[in-house]
Design a binder for this molecule. Structure first.
Ligand code: NAD
Length: 495
């Protein structure tokens, strides 16, 4: 048996396995073989992690630390991420099979969130309220919520954690991180940087294990104040329900079936590249995947042909290799799901333009690959146009005019992202107004920034990550009334 790397949790500043000594194997999607193991935590471990975070919130150096000092820790953490980005990216690739080129850039970019929210930490201000009661001095304070649980999925574990962790820490909360059971290693490796940056013990803790075993207990835990979740919509709904039972704050970043709309007046070659990057980057395993390509009839045949020929040149291979353009699917169950959807699409009468199965190459046989796949002549009522696949399957849907484009684009339970390709400025603004989604990209796709809010309309989620207001998701407002008058008037009457 090949040597496995063992990653442990961090609870109250101490590295440890699970209370009962069990481990979960972590497999490399390119080799199909386990390469590491992480603690298989149970209910006792939930209490241990939450208690540590709660203790750090109420006692010790963290609650009395100035906001400026907190900000400094976050900025130092950002610097350490820049230093160690290559190492963390490699761990991420071994776990999730995404391209090293993409992961290295993504991890390096994560540093900006810590620098940015580090800068915001000491700009959290309350206000003085000029109330109608002249003998009262009334002011507000904005305070942290308490223990925040960050639950992350397998597709971009560290980036999606960063979107939660940076604002939550800047606001003064303490944290329990529950990474995906498939991709916990990079999060556990990242914890070395938390310690090196100088965060006090217990401020950030990790808890690895299966969501089905420990997720509900974690969300319902009476000492947890907020859950920041990214994952599938069915899981999101159960997290929301569990949080409701305990009246907890939540943010939910869920799935999508995002429309990427090509008008006949667009720069077609750019739109083709936008369509490719929308669905084949990260093997389609992104919540913002432009999985529905809506194409105006006048250019429909041309776009179908160009997208299929471009995608046919994609180089599948080892994600560690700089020449690879499409890597494997992260998990075996997800690969099965993607392949099943190919059958669904065929059964519904969609026309397969490219791919449609697994690559027939001996060097890829151990990895969890599927072919970049394109279905044309899809109608928006087919399952392939309605359900999130989370894989490299593009559905191309024709439309006549702006009205029909809007109607199809919005005919979905989701509303995470969207793309519009046009050279008409009036059309660009009108579409941006009319599409019901948290992000609209015009003549580009997949741009995100620490400065810009991200989140979903409809079933794609609740709340926003990144940008100035993300910090509000981790704060609550207290109103303080100071009576400046002598004595207390009639105690039986509300003043
Ligand atoms: P998932 O919902 O299966 O799991 C997400 C996380 O939730 C994991 O850590 C899992 O262990 C945990 N979990 C599972 N059951 C739980 C429960 N009952 N209570 C609490 N936690 C539980 O999602 P996944 O398969 O890891 O990720 C893919 C999904 O994530 C896709 O549907 C995708 O659209 C979504 N996603 C959304 C965004 C976004 O920002 N909107 C970003 C990336 C991924």
């Amino acid at each position: 048996m090949a040597e496995r790397v063992r990653f442990e949790n961090v609870v109250d500043g101490v590295r440890l396995g699970s209370a009962d000594g069990r481990w979960i194997e972590s497999a490399n999607p390119f080799t199909g073989k386990p390469w590491a193991e992480v603690p298989h935590c149970g209910l006792d471990d939930v209490d241990r992690a939450v208690d540590a975070a709660h203790k750090a919130f109420v006692k010790g150096p963290w609650p009395s630390m100035t906001a400026s000092a907190r900000g400094k820790l976050l900025r130092r953490l950002g610097d350490l991420i820049e230093r160690d980005a290559a190492r963390l990216a490699e761990i991420e690739v071994k776990d999730n099979g995404k391209l090293l080129a993409e992961m290295a850039g993504q991890v390096r970019y994560m540093a900006e969130w810590f620098h940015y929210f580090g800068g915001l930490a000491d700009k959290i201000e309350g206000g003085v309220i000029p109330t109608d009661k002249p003998d009262m001095f009334t002011y507000t304070k904005r305070e942290p919520l308490g223990v925040v649980v960050c639950i992350t999925p397998w597709n971009s574990p560290l980036l999606l954690l960063t979107w939660k962790l940076a604002p939550a820490l800047a606001a003064g909360n303490t944290i329990v991180i529950k990474p995906s059971e498939f991709t916990s290693c990079s999060t556990l490796a990242f914890m070395d940087l938390i310690a090196e940056a100088g965060f006090p013990q217990g401020v950030v803790n990790t808890l690895t294990g299966f969501g089905s075993e420990i997720g509900t207990a974690l969300v319902e835990h009476p000492k947890v104040a907020k859950v920041a979740f990214t994952g599938g919509d069915a899981t999101g709904a159960s997290v929301y329900a569990a949080a409701a039972r305990g009246i907890k704050h939540v943010t939910l970043e869920l799935g999508g079936k995002s429309p990427n709309i090509v008008f006949a007046d667009a720069a077609i070659d750019d739109a083709v590249k936008g369509a490719i990057s929308g669905i084949f980057a990260a093997s389609g395993q992104t919540c913002i995947a432009g999985s529905r390509l809506l194409v105006q009839r006048a250019v429909y045949d041309e776009v179908c042909e160009k997208v299929a020929s471009f995608a046919a040149t994609a180089r599948l291979g080892d994600p560690m290799d700089s020449g690879t353009q499409v890597g494997p699917i992260t998990t075996q169950p997800q690969r099965r799901k993607v392949l099943d959807y190919m059958e669904v699409a065929r059964g519904e009468g969609a026309r397969c333009l490219l791919g449609g199965g697994t690559p027939d190459r001996p060097d890829l046989k151990d990895g969890w690959f599927v072919e970049p796949t394109i279905f044309a002549d899809v109608s928006n009522d087919m399952r392939i146009a309605r359900e999130e696949v989370f894989g490299p399957i593009l559905s191309i849907i024709p439309f006549e005019d702006d009205e029909e484009a809007v109607e199809i684009a919005n005919d979905t339970i989701y509303g995470l992202a969207s793309g519009v390709w046009t050279s008409n400025i009036r059309r660009a603004f009108t579409m941006a107004d009319r599409i019901r989604a948290g992000t609209v990209w015009v003549n580009t796709y997949r741009a995100v920034s620490y400065l810009a809010p991200f989140g979903g309309y409809k079933k794609s989620g609740i709340g926003r990550e990144s940008g100035q207001h993300a910090i509000d998701e981790y704060l609550q407002t207290k109103c303080v009334w100071i009576n400046l008058a002598e004595g207390v008037p009639n105690p039986f009457v509300l003043r």
